[in-house]
Design a protein around this ligand. Structure first.
Ligand code: ZN
Length: 434
Protein backbone atom coordinates (compact mmCIF):
# COMPACT_ATOMS: atom_id res chain seq x y z
CA UNK A 1 0.00 0.00 0.00
CA UNK A 2 2.67 2.49 1.09
CA UNK A 3 4.93 1.35 -1.74
CA UNK A 4 2.15 1.74 -4.32
CA UNK A 5 1.17 5.16 -2.94
CA UNK A 6 4.74 6.44 -3.06
CA UNK A 7 5.13 5.15 -6.63
CA UNK A 8 2.00 7.10 -7.55
CA UNK A 9 3.50 10.24 -6.00
CA UNK A 10 6.77 9.74 -7.87
CA UNK A 11 4.90 9.22 -11.16
CA UNK A 12 2.94 12.42 -10.49
CA UNK A 13 6.19 14.29 -9.86
CA UNK A 14 7.85 12.91 -13.02
CA UNK A 15 4.85 14.05 -15.06
CA UNK A 16 5.04 17.52 -13.44
CA UNK A 17 8.41 19.03 -14.41
CA UNK A 18 7.02 22.60 -14.21
CA UNK A 19 4.08 24.38 -12.56
CA UNK A 20 2.23 24.22 -15.91
CA UNK A 21 2.60 20.46 -16.07
CA UNK A 22 1.64 20.08 -12.37
CA UNK A 23 -1.59 22.00 -12.97
CA UNK A 24 -2.27 19.86 -16.07
CA UNK A 25 -1.75 16.71 -13.98
CA UNK A 26 -4.04 17.90 -11.16
CA UNK A 27 -6.64 18.88 -13.81
CA UNK A 28 -6.47 15.37 -15.25
CA UNK A 29 -7.16 13.79 -11.86
CA UNK A 30 -10.07 16.20 -11.29
CA UNK A 31 -11.56 15.61 -14.75
CA UNK A 32 -11.51 11.86 -14.28
CA UNK A 33 -13.34 12.37 -10.97
CA UNK A 34 -16.10 14.35 -12.70
CA UNK A 35 -14.95 17.93 -12.09
CA UNK A 36 -16.02 20.52 -14.67
CA UNK A 37 -13.63 23.28 -15.76
CA UNK A 38 -15.01 26.79 -15.34
CA UNK A 39 -14.00 29.73 -17.52
CA UNK A 40 -13.28 32.94 -15.65
CA UNK A 41 -14.62 34.96 -18.62
CA UNK A 42 -18.05 33.29 -18.44
CA UNK A 43 -20.91 33.38 -15.93
CA UNK A 44 -20.93 30.47 -13.48
CA UNK A 45 -24.02 28.46 -12.76
CA UNK A 46 -23.25 26.23 -9.79
CA UNK A 47 -25.51 23.53 -8.43
CA UNK A 48 -25.70 21.62 -5.13
CA UNK A 49 -23.46 18.58 -5.39
CA UNK A 50 -21.56 20.18 -8.32
CA UNK A 51 -17.77 19.73 -8.71
CA UNK A 52 -15.73 22.45 -10.43
CA UNK A 53 -12.27 23.84 -11.01
CA UNK A 54 -10.56 26.74 -12.70
CA UNK A 55 -6.98 27.56 -13.57
CA UNK A 56 -5.08 30.85 -13.61
CA UNK A 57 -2.18 31.37 -16.00
CA UNK A 58 -2.30 27.58 -16.48
CA UNK A 59 0.05 27.43 -13.46
CA UNK A 60 -2.34 27.89 -10.50
CA UNK A 61 -5.55 25.95 -9.89
CA UNK A 62 -8.58 26.16 -7.60
CA UNK A 63 -10.98 23.21 -7.39
CA UNK A 64 -14.14 23.19 -5.29
CA UNK A 65 -17.37 21.29 -4.73
CA UNK A 66 -20.75 22.45 -3.48
CA UNK A 67 -22.39 20.37 -0.71
CA UNK A 68 -25.91 19.03 -1.16
CA UNK A 69 -27.33 20.60 2.00
CA UNK A 70 -26.96 24.04 3.57
CA UNK A 71 -23.51 25.57 3.11
CA UNK A 72 -21.75 26.41 6.39
CA UNK A 73 -18.32 27.67 5.27
CA UNK A 74 -15.19 26.85 3.28
CA UNK A 75 -12.63 24.15 4.07
CA UNK A 76 -9.49 25.04 2.14
CA UNK A 77 -6.06 23.64 1.46
CA UNK A 78 -3.26 25.61 -0.20
CA UNK A 79 -0.09 24.17 -1.72
CA UNK A 80 2.32 25.35 -4.42
CA UNK A 81 3.04 24.10 -7.92
CA UNK A 82 6.44 25.74 -8.48
CA UNK A 83 9.95 24.76 -7.37
CA UNK A 84 13.29 26.57 -7.42
CA UNK A 85 15.01 26.15 -10.77
CA UNK A 86 16.67 28.09 -13.59
CA UNK A 87 14.54 29.90 -16.17
CA UNK A 88 15.75 30.31 -19.72
CA UNK A 89 16.18 33.89 -20.85
CA UNK A 90 14.22 35.34 -23.84
CA UNK A 91 17.26 34.73 -26.04
CA UNK A 92 18.04 31.31 -24.57
CA UNK A 93 21.33 30.51 -26.26
CA UNK A 94 24.73 31.96 -25.50
CA UNK A 95 27.81 31.47 -27.61
CA UNK A 96 31.06 30.75 -25.80
CA UNK A 97 33.14 29.43 -28.73
CA UNK A 98 33.92 26.68 -29.29
CA UNK A 99 30.83 25.83 -27.22
CA UNK A 100 27.22 26.98 -27.01
CA UNK A 101 25.48 27.31 -23.66
CA UNK A 102 21.95 27.94 -22.47
CA UNK A 103 21.43 31.35 -20.92
CA UNK A 104 19.54 31.15 -17.66
CA UNK A 105 18.63 33.08 -14.54
CA UNK A 106 17.60 31.84 -11.11
CA UNK A 107 13.93 31.21 -10.27
CA UNK A 108 13.61 31.06 -6.49
CA UNK A 109 16.26 30.22 -3.92
CA UNK A 110 17.80 26.90 -4.88
CA UNK A 111 20.83 25.10 -3.46
CA UNK A 112 23.11 26.04 -6.33
CA UNK A 113 25.70 23.26 -6.07
CA UNK A 114 23.01 20.57 -6.42
CA UNK A 115 22.55 21.52 -10.07
CA UNK A 116 26.13 20.70 -11.09
CA UNK A 117 27.23 17.54 -12.96
CA UNK A 118 23.86 15.88 -13.39
CA UNK A 119 21.56 15.37 -16.37
CA UNK A 120 19.15 18.27 -16.83
CA UNK A 121 16.42 18.77 -19.38
CA UNK A 122 14.16 21.65 -20.36
CA UNK A 123 10.38 21.94 -19.92
CA UNK A 124 7.67 24.57 -19.89
CA UNK A 125 5.27 26.25 -22.27
CA UNK A 126 5.69 27.69 -25.73
CA UNK A 127 3.27 30.22 -27.29
CA UNK A 128 2.73 29.37 -30.95
CA UNK A 129 0.94 31.53 -33.51
CA UNK A 130 -1.54 29.54 -35.57
CA UNK A 131 -3.90 31.27 -38.00
CA UNK A 132 -3.75 34.49 -36.02
CA UNK A 133 -4.42 32.68 -32.72
CA UNK A 134 -1.95 32.04 -29.93
CA UNK A 135 -1.80 28.43 -28.80
CA UNK A 136 0.01 27.38 -25.62
CA UNK A 137 1.92 24.09 -25.93
CA UNK A 138 3.52 22.26 -23.02
CA UNK A 139 6.85 20.67 -23.79
CA UNK A 140 8.97 18.27 -21.76
CA UNK A 141 11.35 16.40 -24.10
CA UNK A 142 12.66 13.17 -22.58
CA UNK A 143 15.44 12.54 -25.10
CA UNK A 144 17.30 15.80 -24.46
CA UNK A 145 19.89 16.65 -21.82
CA UNK A 146 22.26 19.41 -20.88
CA UNK A 147 24.84 19.45 -18.06
CA UNK A 148 26.34 22.20 -15.92
CA UNK A 149 29.93 20.96 -15.57
CA UNK A 150 31.80 21.84 -12.39
CA UNK A 151 35.48 22.85 -12.40
CA UNK A 152 37.89 19.98 -11.69
CA UNK A 153 39.50 20.05 -8.28
CA UNK A 154 42.94 20.16 -10.00
CA UNK A 155 41.99 23.46 -11.62
CA UNK A 156 40.52 24.93 -8.46
CA UNK A 157 42.25 23.76 -5.29
CA UNK A 158 39.78 25.84 -3.23
CA UNK A 159 36.79 23.91 -4.67
CA UNK A 160 36.18 22.11 -1.37
CA UNK A 161 36.57 25.23 0.78
CA UNK A 162 33.01 26.50 0.58
CA UNK A 163 33.27 27.95 -2.91
CA UNK A 164 30.70 30.57 -3.90
CA UNK A 165 28.99 29.87 -7.22
CA UNK A 166 28.14 32.77 -9.54
CA UNK A 167 24.93 32.11 -11.56
CA UNK A 168 26.21 34.24 -14.45
CA UNK A 169 29.49 32.30 -14.69
CA UNK A 170 29.46 28.93 -12.91
CA UNK A 171 25.93 27.70 -13.58
CA UNK A 172 25.36 27.97 -17.32
CA UNK A 173 24.51 24.62 -18.92
CA UNK A 174 26.63 23.29 -21.76
CA UNK A 175 24.29 22.75 -24.71
CA UNK A 176 26.22 22.17 -27.97
CA UNK A 177 29.34 22.89 -29.96
CA UNK A 178 29.21 26.40 -31.47
CA UNK A 179 27.53 26.18 -34.87
CA UNK A 180 25.47 23.14 -33.87
CA UNK A 181 21.67 22.98 -34.04
CA UNK A 182 20.19 26.21 -32.68
CA UNK A 183 18.31 25.74 -29.41
CA UNK A 184 15.30 27.62 -30.80
CA UNK A 185 15.15 25.07 -33.63
CA UNK A 186 15.02 22.30 -31.03
CA UNK A 187 12.21 24.07 -29.20
CA UNK A 188 10.26 24.46 -32.47
CA UNK A 189 10.61 20.75 -33.10
CA UNK A 190 9.36 19.85 -29.59
CA UNK A 191 6.43 22.26 -30.00
CA UNK A 192 5.69 20.84 -33.47
CA UNK A 193 5.96 24.22 -35.14
CA UNK A 194 8.51 26.52 -36.78
CA UNK A 195 10.85 29.00 -35.10
CA UNK A 196 8.99 31.91 -36.77
CA UNK A 197 5.69 30.86 -35.22
CA UNK A 198 7.04 30.87 -31.65
CA UNK A 199 6.15 34.22 -30.08
CA UNK A 200 6.90 33.46 -26.45
CA UNK A 201 8.18 30.87 -24.00
CA UNK A 202 8.42 30.11 -20.29
CA UNK A 203 11.05 27.36 -20.16
CA UNK A 204 12.92 25.98 -17.17
CA UNK A 205 15.72 23.55 -16.43
CA UNK A 206 14.52 20.24 -15.01
CA UNK A 207 16.48 17.67 -13.01
CA UNK A 208 16.37 14.40 -14.94
CA UNK A 209 17.54 12.09 -12.17
CA UNK A 210 14.99 9.35 -11.59
CA UNK A 211 13.04 9.30 -8.37
CA UNK A 212 13.46 6.33 -6.01
CA UNK A 213 12.32 4.52 -2.92
CA UNK A 214 15.42 3.54 -1.01
CA UNK A 215 17.12 2.55 2.24
CA UNK A 216 16.41 -0.42 4.46
CA UNK A 217 12.69 -1.23 4.41
CA UNK A 218 12.23 1.39 1.68
CA UNK A 219 12.20 3.99 4.47
CA UNK A 220 12.95 6.96 2.20
CA UNK A 221 11.99 8.49 -1.10
CA UNK A 222 14.04 10.91 -3.15
CA UNK A 223 12.92 12.93 -6.14
CA UNK A 224 13.06 16.41 -7.61
CA UNK A 225 10.36 18.90 -6.47
CA UNK A 226 9.11 17.04 -3.37
CA UNK A 227 8.68 20.62 -2.06
CA UNK A 228 5.84 21.09 -2.70
CA UNK A 229 4.48 18.46 -5.09
CA UNK A 230 4.29 15.91 -2.26
CA UNK A 231 1.79 18.21 -0.48
CA UNK A 232 -0.01 18.97 -3.77
CA UNK A 233 -0.51 15.26 -4.33
CA UNK A 234 -1.41 14.54 -0.69
CA UNK A 235 -4.01 17.33 -0.53
CA UNK A 236 -5.42 16.29 -3.93
CA UNK A 237 -5.86 12.67 -2.83
CA UNK A 238 -7.39 13.74 0.51
CA UNK A 239 -9.72 16.12 -1.34
CA UNK A 240 -10.86 13.43 -3.77
CA UNK A 241 -11.38 10.75 -1.13
CA UNK A 242 -13.14 12.84 1.55
CA UNK A 243 -16.81 12.40 2.33
CA UNK A 244 -19.10 15.36 1.62
CA UNK A 245 -19.99 17.56 4.58
CA UNK A 246 -21.41 21.02 5.07
CA UNK A 247 -18.35 22.89 3.76
CA UNK A 248 -17.55 24.05 0.27
CA UNK A 249 -14.32 22.07 -0.05
CA UNK A 250 -11.59 24.02 -1.85
CA UNK A 251 -8.26 22.75 -3.18
CA UNK A 252 -5.79 25.52 -4.09
CA UNK A 253 -2.50 25.02 -5.91
CA UNK A 254 -0.62 28.29 -6.30
CA UNK A 255 2.29 29.19 -8.56
CA UNK A 256 5.14 31.53 -7.61
CA UNK A 257 5.48 30.61 -3.92
CA UNK A 258 9.23 30.30 -4.47
CA UNK A 259 9.49 33.93 -5.57
CA UNK A 260 7.28 35.39 -2.83
CA UNK A 261 3.77 34.66 -4.21
CA UNK A 262 3.44 38.18 -5.62
CA UNK A 263 1.95 37.51 -9.05
CA UNK A 264 -1.55 37.58 -10.50
CA UNK A 265 -1.82 33.82 -9.94
CA UNK A 266 0.10 33.66 -6.63
CA UNK A 267 -1.16 33.33 -3.06
CA UNK A 268 -0.55 37.06 -2.50
CA UNK A 269 -3.00 37.98 -5.28
CA UNK A 270 -6.75 38.38 -4.84
CA UNK A 271 -7.34 35.21 -6.90
CA UNK A 272 -8.56 33.07 -3.99
CA UNK A 273 -10.63 35.80 -2.33
CA UNK A 274 -12.24 36.74 -5.66
CA UNK A 275 -12.99 33.10 -6.45
CA UNK A 276 -14.65 32.44 -3.08
CA UNK A 277 -16.70 35.62 -3.42
CA UNK A 278 -17.74 34.56 -6.90
CA UNK A 279 -18.77 31.11 -5.66
CA UNK A 280 -20.92 32.73 -2.96
CA UNK A 281 -22.52 35.09 -5.47
CA UNK A 282 -23.24 32.23 -7.89
CA UNK A 283 -25.03 30.45 -5.03
CA UNK A 284 -27.19 33.53 -4.50
CA UNK A 285 -25.48 34.55 -1.24
CA UNK A 286 -25.05 38.26 -0.48
CA UNK A 287 -21.93 39.89 1.00
CA UNK A 288 -23.14 39.41 4.58
CA UNK A 289 -23.78 35.72 4.01
CA UNK A 290 -20.32 35.44 2.40
CA UNK A 291 -18.69 37.04 5.45
CA UNK A 292 -20.58 34.57 7.66
CA UNK A 293 -19.19 31.70 5.59
CA UNK A 294 -15.65 33.07 6.05
CA UNK A 295 -16.10 33.28 9.81
CA UNK A 296 -16.82 29.53 9.87
CA UNK A 297 -14.02 28.61 7.45
CA UNK A 298 -10.72 26.83 7.99
CA UNK A 299 -7.59 26.68 5.84
CA UNK A 300 -4.62 24.33 5.80
CA UNK A 301 -1.49 25.75 4.19
CA UNK A 302 0.60 22.68 3.31
CA UNK A 303 4.26 23.14 2.45
CA UNK A 304 7.14 20.92 3.45
CA UNK A 305 9.10 21.30 6.69
CA UNK A 306 12.76 20.77 7.60
CA UNK A 307 13.31 17.40 9.28
CA UNK A 308 16.14 16.70 11.73
CA UNK A 309 19.29 16.32 9.59
CA UNK A 310 21.36 13.20 10.29
CA UNK A 311 24.68 15.05 9.87
CA UNK A 312 23.56 18.31 11.43
CA UNK A 313 21.19 17.86 14.36
CA UNK A 314 22.56 21.11 15.80
CA UNK A 315 20.69 23.07 13.10
CA UNK A 316 17.34 22.17 14.63
CA UNK A 317 15.57 23.16 17.81
CA UNK A 318 15.70 19.63 19.25
CA UNK A 319 12.45 20.06 21.17
CA UNK A 320 10.49 21.48 18.23
CA UNK A 321 11.84 19.44 15.39
CA UNK A 322 10.20 16.81 13.18
CA UNK A 323 11.83 13.62 11.92
CA UNK A 324 11.30 11.72 8.68
CA UNK A 325 8.46 9.18 8.93
CA UNK A 326 7.11 10.82 12.09
CA UNK A 327 3.90 12.14 10.52
CA UNK A 328 2.46 15.51 9.56
CA UNK A 329 4.25 18.62 10.87
CA UNK A 330 2.55 21.71 12.31
CA UNK A 331 4.77 24.76 11.69
CA UNK A 332 5.00 27.64 14.16
CA UNK A 333 6.67 31.04 14.06
CA UNK A 334 6.22 33.84 16.59
CA UNK A 335 6.60 36.49 13.87
CA UNK A 336 3.78 35.05 11.76
CA UNK A 337 5.95 33.68 8.97
CA UNK A 338 3.75 30.69 9.69
CA UNK A 339 0.17 31.55 10.55
CA UNK A 340 -0.44 28.75 13.07
CA UNK A 341 -1.77 29.94 16.42
CA UNK A 342 -3.18 28.14 19.45
CA UNK A 343 -6.70 28.03 17.97
CA UNK A 344 -5.82 26.76 14.49
CA UNK A 345 -3.33 24.23 15.90
CA UNK A 346 -5.85 22.96 18.43
CA UNK A 347 -8.62 22.64 15.82
CA UNK A 348 -6.27 20.61 13.63
CA UNK A 349 -4.89 18.49 16.48
CA UNK A 350 -8.40 17.51 17.55
CA UNK A 351 -9.11 16.20 14.03
CA UNK A 352 -5.72 14.42 13.90
CA UNK A 353 -6.40 12.75 17.24
CA UNK A 354 -9.73 11.43 16.02
CA UNK A 355 -8.32 10.30 12.66
CA UNK A 356 -5.26 8.73 14.32
CA UNK A 357 -2.80 10.92 12.38
CA UNK A 358 0.56 11.43 14.15
CA UNK A 359 1.54 15.10 14.52
CA UNK A 360 4.96 16.70 14.99
CA UNK A 361 5.95 20.34 15.50
CA UNK A 362 8.45 22.60 13.82
CA UNK A 363 9.89 25.90 15.00
CA UNK A 364 13.21 27.38 13.91
CA UNK A 365 16.20 27.58 16.20
CA UNK A 366 15.76 31.00 17.81
CA UNK A 367 18.96 32.33 16.23
CA UNK A 368 17.90 31.34 12.71
CA UNK A 369 15.56 32.94 10.23
CA UNK A 370 13.57 30.23 8.47
CA UNK A 371 11.44 30.29 5.37
CA UNK A 372 7.91 31.53 5.00
CA UNK A 373 5.01 30.12 3.03
CA UNK A 374 1.49 30.48 1.69
CA UNK A 375 -0.59 30.69 4.87
CA UNK A 376 0.35 34.12 6.18
CA UNK A 377 0.43 35.56 2.66
CA UNK A 378 -3.04 34.29 1.76
CA UNK A 379 -4.39 35.46 5.13
CA UNK A 380 -3.69 39.10 4.26
CA UNK A 381 -6.57 38.86 1.75
CA UNK A 382 -8.59 36.13 3.40
CA UNK A 383 -8.90 36.35 7.18
CA UNK A 384 -9.82 32.74 8.00
CA UNK A 385 -8.39 30.49 10.71
CA UNK A 386 -5.32 28.91 9.13
CA UNK A 387 -2.73 26.37 10.17
CA UNK A 388 0.62 25.86 8.45
CA UNK A 389 1.56 22.23 8.08
CA UNK A 390 3.93 20.20 5.91
CA UNK A 391 5.66 16.88 5.40
CA UNK A 392 9.15 16.50 6.93
CA UNK A 393 11.97 16.49 4.38
CA UNK A 394 15.72 16.86 3.94
CA UNK A 395 17.68 18.98 1.43
CA UNK A 396 14.86 21.43 0.76
CA UNK A 397 15.52 23.40 -2.45
CA UNK A 398 18.13 20.96 -3.66
CA UNK A 399 17.19 19.77 -7.14
CA UNK A 400 16.94 16.27 -5.61
CA UNK A 401 15.14 16.16 -2.27
CA UNK A 402 14.44 13.42 0.31
CA UNK A 403 11.53 12.56 2.57
CA UNK A 404 10.20 9.57 4.52
CA UNK A 405 8.06 6.99 2.74
CA UNK A 406 5.46 6.76 5.56
CA UNK A 407 4.40 10.42 5.74
CA UNK A 408 2.39 11.01 2.57
CA UNK A 409 -0.28 8.52 3.67
CA UNK A 410 -0.73 10.51 6.90
CA UNK A 411 -1.31 13.77 5.03
CA UNK A 412 -3.91 12.10 2.83
CA UNK A 413 -5.66 10.65 5.88
CA UNK A 414 -5.64 14.05 7.59
CA UNK A 415 -7.04 15.91 4.58
CA UNK A 416 -9.70 13.25 3.98
CA UNK A 417 -10.79 13.70 7.62
CA UNK A 418 -10.71 17.53 7.44
CA UNK A 419 -12.56 18.17 4.20
CA UNK A 420 -16.28 18.66 4.62
CA UNK A 421 -15.86 20.28 8.03
CA UNK A 422 -16.41 23.89 9.12
CA UNK A 423 -15.68 25.69 12.38
CA UNK A 424 -18.61 25.51 14.79
CA UNK A 425 -18.80 27.85 17.78
CA UNK A 426 -21.24 27.14 20.60
CA UNK A 427 -22.92 29.73 22.84
CA UNK A 428 -20.02 29.73 25.31
CA UNK A 429 -17.56 30.51 22.48
CA UNK A 430 -16.02 27.03 22.43
CA UNK A 431 -14.94 25.94 18.93
CA UNK A 432 -14.66 22.66 17.08
CA UNK A 433 -14.47 21.39 13.50
CA UNK A 434 -17.50 19.35 12.42
ZN1 ZN B 1 7.59 24.95 -0.45
Amino acid sequence: MTYALNRQLLDFISASPTAFHAVAQVSKHLESDGYTKLRSDAAWSLTAGGKYYLTANDSSLIAFRIPEGEVQGFLLSATHSDSPTFKLKPAPQRTAAPYAQLNTERYGGMLLHSWLDRPLSVAGRVLVEEDGRLVSRLIAPEDFSVVIPSVAVHLDRTANDGKKLNPAVDLLPLYAMAGGTAFTAQVAKWAETTEEQILGHDLYLVCQDGSMLWGADDAFISAPRLDDLACVYGCLQGFLSAEAGSAIDVLCVFDNEETGSESKQGAASTLLRDTLRRIAAALGLDETAYQQLLSRSFMVSADNAHALHPNHPELSDRDNCPVLNGGVVIKYNANQRYTTDAVSAALLRAVCRKADVPVQTFANRSDMVGGSTLGSIANTHLPVRTVDIGLPQLAMHSCYETMGSADLAQLIRLMAALYGKTVCTDESGAQYLA
